[in-house]
Design a protein around this ligand. Structure first.
Ligand code: FAD
Length: 275
């Protein structure tokens, strides 16, 4: 089974040691020739300079890179300048998001929907950027229904998005059903599954509760049973994610987007298994 194009997501490191580590991780993962690396962005600009620097470093190393972007509560011109910087650096892909306000930060302003950012990028730079947006096979946590969520997803596509990357999930059926529903709603862009390797049960559980990704009971129980045995959990996680990716690829997934969390080992092992 041929491996579809892969993309790999990082977050901007906060320390010089983190930056050195990410440099090495990128080199290790670059051997798999990803279509692009992407770098997350803290809505409200909390990582604005860190994201920009990480993006420009990856670009300077000769790799394709897609910065994540969101208006947050910033003035459009602030984001416009960032977009211009990326375009001038030869970057031609972005991931356009609404973002989530960082925890602990009060709601001083309304977050602006991703669709508005897609429109803004198109108005400012025409067709220069390939725009990726987010999609939710297990429904965005703030959505009142899957239909409403798909309706707003379609609006992002009509505003000019070229492709979508999903929130991570561990239930392949949710993804395939979502593809069907999107197709029936007239959405024709590719929807690339986002894959979160499993390396830490406590963190995964906390993060999943916040973003609305379901950990199936059988998986939750098994992970919990490993307790402090991180080695066994890691090996089990690789096996589970490899099987999930195999199913997705066999079902025609147009790509795989890895949430690598600035680590190389899990993503490397999964890609090797798939190759
Ligand atoms: P939107 O598409 O704007 O949707 C947000 C919610 O509003 C949904 O419930 C939608 O149904 C609803 N909605 C949309 N339009 C309307 C409307 N007109 N009226 C009423 N409701 C509406 N977060 C970060 O902070 N930084 C990142 O770098 C980041 N990267 C991500 C990468 C990927 C691949 C994914 C899947 C998520 C990422 N996130 C990131 C998380 C994301 O920002 C959150 O899930 C956020 O809550 C929603 O962002 P969105 O772009 O999907 O928003």
């Amino acid at each position: 089974m041929p491996l579809p194009p892969i993309s790999i997501e990082f977050f901007p490191p906060k320390t010089p040691a983190g930056t050195r580590k990410l440099h090495k991780v990128r080199e290790q993962l670059n051997v798999f020739e990803p279509e692009y690396f992407s770098v997350t962005y803290g809505a409200g600009g909390s990582t604005r300079s860190g994201t920009r620097q990480t993006v420009l470093d990856i670009r300077a190393a000769g790799c394709a890179v897609a910065p994540h972007l969101s208006f947050g509560t910033d003035e459009p011109e602030v984001i416009g300048e960032l977009i211009d910087t990326y375009r001038d650096a030869g970057i031609d892909r972005v991931v356009a998001l609404r973002g989530d306000a960082p925890s602990g930060v009060g709601g001083s302003g309304q977050l602006r929907y991703a669709k508005e950012l897609v429109e803004f990028i198109r108005e400012r730079t025409g067709d220069h950027f390939h725009i990726e947006v987010a999609a939710y096979p297990e429904i965005h946590p703030e959505s009142r229904s899957i239909e409403a969520d798909i309706h707003y997803f379609k609006e992002k596509v009509e505003a000019g998005a070229d492709r979508a990357i999903t929130q991570y999930f561990y239930n392949a059926d949710a993804y395939f059903r979502y593809l069907d529903l999107c197709s029936r709603a007239g959405i024709t862009v590719d929807i690339v599954p986002g894959i979160m390797p499993i390396t830490n049960y406590v963190n995964l559980k906390r993060f999943s509760a916040g973003c609305g990704a379901e950990i199936p009971r059988w998986l939750d129980r098994q992970l919990e049973s490993f307790g402090d045995d991180t080695e066994t959990l890691f090996a089990f996680g690789i096996e589970v994610i490899t099987t999930l990716c195999e199913r997705l690829i066999a079902g025609g997934a147009p790509g795989i987007h890895f949430y690598a969390l600035n680590q190389s080992d899990p993503t490397r092992q999964i890609i090797r298994n798939l190759s």
